[in-house]
Write a protein that binds this ligand. Structure first.
Ligand SMILES: Nc1ncnc2c1ncn2[C@@H]1O[C@H](COP(=O)(O)OP(=O)(O)OP(=O)(O)O)[C@@H](O)[C@H]1O
Length: 253
């Protein structure tokens, strides 16, 4: 059970040319530890997730490959809007389980993500942001996927709830592959694997504790220096325009 990306590139045609959204990405994610992908806005994290989950725009041109054994569960970017507001959570989860022929029922799925069974009778607006995020993860688990891909699973949450969701993803990673893209570097646990994206490329990858403590890539170093606790140093180099980005472009060049 592995998720493997080999020289994955995604080009998206726009009026001016082609957006180089992901370039020659190599990545391996395995069960046992979650794999986080971090990077600034527009670095290609969501496109990487969409290439894995088959949710790229129809016009996208893809080269390289994504190898996955088993089904993929998707935790969408907005847990707030992924449920129908006019139906109770239990009915929506039951329908998802039925469509995916899942073996776990809604109650069991909620249990897996640490939600009480009374959430089944609630409408989405009656759940907090953290509860909705857990419910979205429960829905992603409905088909018992071998791989879970979560795009920005903590973006709408305060620090405490973000940590709780990351702990949940870490628990779930014990028996399946979990890949999560996030802006939120502080949420990345030391026991995860980490890939850092800049301008469509994965520029550094390794155990999160090592990458965060001793980054080797200049972009990772500058990204960490920009965090408030590290002095809020602005990034010295701008993000380039990704339309027809020259193949030899590197951070700072
Ligand atoms: N459907 C699309 N059409 C045109 N360009 C797109 C499309 N989707 C993404 N892009 C471009 O691809 C590049 C990578 O975007 P992507 O959303 O993957 O980055 P990201 O790291 O997830 O950013 P964010 O953290 O802001 O969501 C950006 O330049 C973006 O504008």
């Amino acid at each position: 059970m592995t998720l493997l990306l080999e020289r994955l590139s995604v080009r998206i045609p726009v009026e001016r040319g082609e957006v180089h959204a992901v370039t020659e990405a190599d990545l391996i994610a395995v069960p046992g530890r979650p794999h986080f992908v971090i990077g600034g806005s527009g670095s290609g994290k969501s496109t990487l997730c969409a290439a894995i989950t088959g949710m790229l725009p129809a016009s996208a041109r893809v080269t390289g490959c994504v190898k996955v054994s088993g089904a993929i569960g998707v935790v969408p970017q907005s847990a707030m809007t992924c449920f129908t507001p006019v139906r109770r959570l239990g009915k929506q989860l039951a329908e998802t389980v039925r469509c995916l022929r899942g073996e776990r029922g809604p109650r069991e799925l909620l249990d897996l993500v640490g939600l009480e069974a009374d959430a089944l009778g609630k409408y989405p607006h009656e759940l907090s942001g953290g509860m909705l995020q857990r419910a979205a993860i429960a829905a992603a688990l409905a088909g018992d996927p071998a791989v879970v891909v979560a795009d920005e699973p903590t973006s709408a949450l305060d620090r405490e709830r973000a940590h709780a969701v990351v702990s949940l993803l870490t628990e779930l990673a014990a028996s399946r592959v979990v890949l999560a893209a996030t802006h939120d570097i502080e949420a990345v646990p030391g026991e995860a694997d980490l890939s850092v994206m800049f301008a469509s490329r994965i520029v550094e990858t390794g155990p999160a504790a090592e990458v965060l403590a001793a980054p080797r890539n200049p972009y990772t170093r500058d990204l960490l220096a920009a965090l408030p606790e590290n002095g809020l140093h602005p990034l010295p180099f701008p993000t380039p325009d990704l339309v027809d980005l020259p193949g030899d472009y590197r951070y700072g060049s």
